[in-house]
Design a binder for this molecule. Structure first.
Ligand code: PEP
Ligand code: MG
Length: 578
């Protein structure tokens, strides 16, 4: 029994066998039942035959055009397909380890690679590239061109826990979470988008496990505890029994926290300040949770998530209109704030540099203005959908007033051409530049929304998806708190509503501090709403204000944290005083 510790990002306990996903190489390792072994071996043999035909074809074409020398490379590759140490070894791995064929090819290639790396002869060492080529071809043919990780993960045998090097939110959104009980990823930090999604899906999850996906063999029994961030590898039978008991206890607690009577109590502090709690939504399925948890509307709809199930050219104006209208009508009479696509160039697939989501660059509104065709289509769909309920439009990743003006001009033009009124428009404040000019942005918009997930990463120069720096991702850093206070003050002075939709608000201690900073409007992942409501009912807003004022006079995040926990506990204890 071995315990690995990461960051628990979605509570709950799950028990199952490990399925390994290496997204970087698109390789998936999963255990197969005995009756499937022959099917995998047959698939490998078919892929070998197909690879042979392809290579012979290439060789013949080269012979005709360029002569024998180049063609000889492919002769060598064809011979490799017959080598017992390669495809033969892969077959052996399927039978002995009972894993899928693509993974067996990857393993056999690694073993051969190690042999090549140790030989003196340079000519032979160079053959390693050919082995890599052949392995890649076999794996491609095993995928039959169309079998994505999502398709492969449909074929799992029994309850499984997904262990991945990284897991994109778009892939996570498409997986069958009744078979996969939980997931753990090597990369990530608390606000990693996939973690946000895990909480919406109520799937226990851990991030920041460094190299778990490389260390854990496929099929190994594991217990995943998303509450404390622990992954137990090869647990004892007693530990498994205990985990099953805890898993059902967690399910019962979930059931009580979403008790409709509690969910529909107002979120009002002990001294009578009403706090508006809305939900962040990525998928329409989340709307069920929103009702269960009594959210007062959708404070952030991350519209780019619709692109996880279809590609941009298919997201026509009419398709978007239908989706937005459905969302608005389902949430009515409560309001919905829809954020325009927060994408970067890579996600649009028009040849920008490889960037992971959340990195600075041509992203959010900047990208919208660089591709006004996409922004205009979205705004047309939004203006049309706005006729069916209470809609607000929000622009992500704003850095300057001129961007807002330009986007608003496009919106006005779109609304004019449709002969319909433009909905209310807001700017997200998630880049320090926007926070510092909040007083200049406020007169341009109908509302401001602070996005702390990005504000923290750009303020502190910490990539929110990089687990190596996650310890520096600190919501309580005095600089972050000052930026939030600055925005709240500017909005109050200019009488513009301001809300906050980062994950920071779903942490009860931080929520108390934010209320103390004068914020009264929050949007968070739906599963966090019951806890937030309870926190608010236990809090006195006048105490919270004093606590926040003192906290902002402290010099370090650690001092603030220590002070905050003690002070908020004292305030909660005395909440019954008149
Ligand atoms: C944020 O940055 O705080 C936010 C809510 O947006 P996202 O997490 O989608 O970047
Ligand atoms: Mg953001």
């Amino acid at each position: 029994m071995e315990r690995l510790t990461g960051i628990g990002v979605s509570p709950g306990v799950a028990v199952g066998r490990a399925v390994i996903l290496t997204l970087r190489t698109e390789a998936i390792r999963f255990p197969i039942p005995p009756e499937r072994v022959e099917r995998e071996v047959a698939a490998l043999r078919a892929a070998r035959k197909q690879s042979q035909h392809q290579l012979q074809d290439i060789r013949d074409r080269l012979m005709k055009g360029r002569g024998t020398e180049l063609a000889a490379i492919f002769d060598a590759q064809i011979l490799m397909l017959d080598d017992a140490l390669f495809v033969g070894r892969a077959e052996e791995i399927i039978r002995q380890e009972r894993v899928n064929a693509a993974w067996a090819v990857h393993r056999a290639y690694e073993e051969l690679g190690a042999v090549f790396a140790s030989v003196e002869d340079e000519y032979l060492r160079e053959r390693e590239n050919d082995v890599a080529d052949v392995a890649g071809r076999l794996r491609m043919n095993l995928r039959h061109g169309a079998r994505s990780p999502r398709d492969l993960l449909r074929e799992l045998d029994g309850p499984s826990i997904l262990i991945a090097d990284e897991l994109t939110a778009s892939l996570a959104a498409q997986l069958d979470w009744t078979r996969i009980q939980g997931f753990a990823v090597d990369a990530g930090s608390r606000t990693y988008h996939t973690a946000i999604l895990a909480r919406s899906l109520k799937v226990p999850a851990i991030v920041g496990l460094h190299d778990a996906s490389a260390q854990i063999p496929a099929g190994t029994p594991v217990i995943l505890d998303g509450t404390i961030g622990e992954l137990v590898v090869r647990p004892s039978a007693t530990a498994i029994d205990e985990a099953h008991r805890r898993a059902s206890r967690v399910r019962r607690t979930h059931a009580t926290t979403s008790d409709p009577a509690v969910a529909h109590q107002p979120a009002t502090t002990a001294d009578g300040v009403h706090i508006r709690l809305q939900a962040n939504v990525e998928l329409l399925e989340d709307l069920q949770l929103l009702r269960e948890h009594g959210a007062e509307g959708v404070g952030l709809y991350r519209s780019e998530f619709m692109l996880s199930s279809r590609s941009l050219p298919n997201v026509t104006e009419d398709a978007q209109y239908a989706l937005y209208r459905n969302l608005i009508e389902q949430v009515a009479p409560q309001p919905v704030t829809i954020r325009t696509f927060d994408l970067d160039e890579r996600q649009l697939g028009f040849g920008g540099p490889e960037r992971r989501r959340g990195r600075p660059g041509l992203r959010g509104l900047r990208l919208g203005l660089a591709r006004p065709d996409i922004l205009r289509t979205q705004l047309r769909a939004l203006v049309r959908a706005g006729a069916h309920g209470r809609l607000r439009i929000m622009f992500p990743f704003v850095t300057g007033v001129e961007e807002v003006r330009e986007a608003k001009a496009i919106l006005a033009e779109v609304a004019d051409s449709l002969g319909m009124p433009p909905p209310l428009v807001g700017a997200m404040v998630e880049v320090p530049a926007a926070a510092l000019i909040a007083d200049l942005l406020a007169p341009e918009v109908d509302f401001l929304t602070i996005g702390t997930n990005d504000l923290i990463q750009y303020c502190l120069a910490v990539d929110r998806t990089d687990d190596r720096v996650s310890e520096f991702y600190e919501p309580l850093h005095p600089a972050v708190l000052r930026l939030i206070r600055l925005v709240r003050r500017a909005a109050s002075r200019l009488h513009i509503p301001v809300s906050l939709c980062g994950e920071m608000a779903s942490d009860p201690a931080l929520l108390g501090l934010l209320v103390g900073l004068g914020l009264t409007d929050f949007s968070m992942t739906p599963a966090a709403l019951p806890m937030a409501r309870q926190t608010i009912q236990d809090l006195r807003a006048d105490d919270a204000r004093k606590i926040a004022s003192h906290a902002l006079s402290l010099a370090t995040a650690e001092e603030i944290e220590r002070y905050l926990f003690e002070a908020l506990a004292m305030s909660a204890a005395s909440k019954s005083r008149p």
